[in-house]
Each structure stands twice: as structure tokens, then as C-alpha cells.
Design a protein around this ligand. Structure first.
Ligand SMILES: CSCCC(=O)C(=O)COP(=O)(O)O
Ligand SMILES: [Zn+2]
Length: 187
């Protein structure tokens, strides 16, 4: 993610669900391209840290929201790429991605003829309130994809495991960059 420019400064966070149900997540404030050995810690499904002297990602509540809602989710990634940030500022309540071959990286989309509606949530420093908005968007659209945008902030994506989440993020970033490029072209 760092080599792609998706986690500038200390942006972004990364988590996995451990076999015993705990969540391993990046600690807050570290550069995600230079995560030290002790730069990852564990929290429970409600985001409570096991090591009370360490601070988990400020966005732990969003990762836990994913794991609580989707029992199959095993890894979640959050980045602040230019396409995710700019498109989320230009978009309405959702971004529709249609006609891309890479849509096949998302579940249940066997052909490029399908489409996904990516929710765009208003940003909020109150993570519990932001998660409530995310939950509302999931409830409103049962066909929601395993990802969403936060306006002016970035993207979240999840999958069964870390390679799957990275693959999905890469596909999504590619399509968001294409959307941005398309908006630059004269109509
Ligand atoms: C400097 S980025 C602002 C916080 C943020 O949006 C982010 O993704 C990183 O926060 P964390 O607490 O996980 O380091
Ligand atoms: Zn962030």
C-alpha cells in the first residue's frame, strides 16, 4: 500500500481476524510503510485493547464494525489514495462502478457487465457515529459491496483473508483511478 502511495504520512490502517477471534490491528500514528515489530496490537471484537498501555488505530471501531457484521471477513484495509480521496469529494451518496473487467475481483460478479454501488459516507471524527452511518448504508442496500468510501478521507475494503483484501483494494483503486480519469475527459 505504501509503495502505491495509498498511505501517505501516517494514513491508513490494517487488520486481520486471528483464529481465536481477536483482531490484530496497526497501532495509531505509525507510518504504514515502516511498521515496527511492535507496531501491531490486539483488540477484542468491540475494539477494546488487550494491552492497555498501547493505542490501537483511531479507526479500530470501523474495522471491528466490519468483523462484527461479516463473520467471513478475515482482513480489512484502509487507505487514503488520491483517487479515493478526490472521487469521494466529487461523488454523491454512492459511486457506481460499471463496465470494468476488474469488477470480477468482487464477489458475485462473474462478468464485467455487472455493477457495484460503493457507499460514500460523510466523514466524522466520532468513529462510533461514523460506524452508525456505515451500518445504515449496509442496511439500506443489501447488495452493497465489501467496501466503502469516506468523503475526503479514503477507502475501506475487506475479504476473507489478507491476500484477498489486497487484491480487492488493488482492483478498487484501479477502477477509482479510471473513474477519476474519465471525469477529466471532455464529455
Ligand atoms: C494522518 S491520517 C489521520 C488518521 C487516519 O485517517 C488514518 O487512517 C490513520 O489513523 P491511525 O490511528 O490508524 O494511525
Ligand atoms: Zn483514515
Amino acid at each position: 500500500m505504501d509503495s502505491r502511495g495509498w498511505v501517505p504520512a501516517t494514513a491508513g490502517n490494517i487488520s486481520v481476524r486471528l483464529p481465536d477471534g481477536r483482531i490484530a490491528i496497526t497501532r495509531s500514528g505509525f507510518h504504514k510503510g515502516f511498521i515496527p515489530e511492535d507496531g501491531v496490537m490486539t483488540v477484542d471484537l468491540d475494539g477494546r485493547p488487550e494491552q492497555s498501555n498501547l493505542r490501537p488505530s483511531a479507526e479500530t471501531g470501523l474495522h471491528c464494525g466490519i468483523y462484527r457484521r461479516f463473520p467471513q471477513a478475515g482482513a480489512a484495509l484502509h487507505g487514503h489514495s488520491v483517487p479515493a480521496t478526490v472521487l469521494s469529494r466529487l461523488a454523491g451518496p454512492q459511486v457506481t462502478l460499471a463496465g470494468y473487467e476488474l469488477l470480477k475481483a468482487f464477489p458475485g460478479l462473474p462478468t464485467h457487465e455487472a455493477a457495484i454501488r460503493l457507499p460514500v459516507l460523510e466523514n466524522d471524527q466520532d468513529i462510533a457515529r461514523l460506524q452508525a452511518r456505515v451500518t445504515e448504508a449496509w442496511d439500506a442496500d443489501p447488495a452493497h459491496p465489501p467496501g466503502y468510501l469516506i468523503r475526503g478521507h479514503g477507502v475501506y475494503v475487506w475479504a476473507e483473508d489478507m491476500p484477498g483484501a489486497l487484491l480487492r483494494l488493488e482492483a478498487l483503486e484501479f477502477m477509482l483511478a479510471c473513474e477519476l480519469e474519465a471525469r477529466r475527459l471532455p464529455r
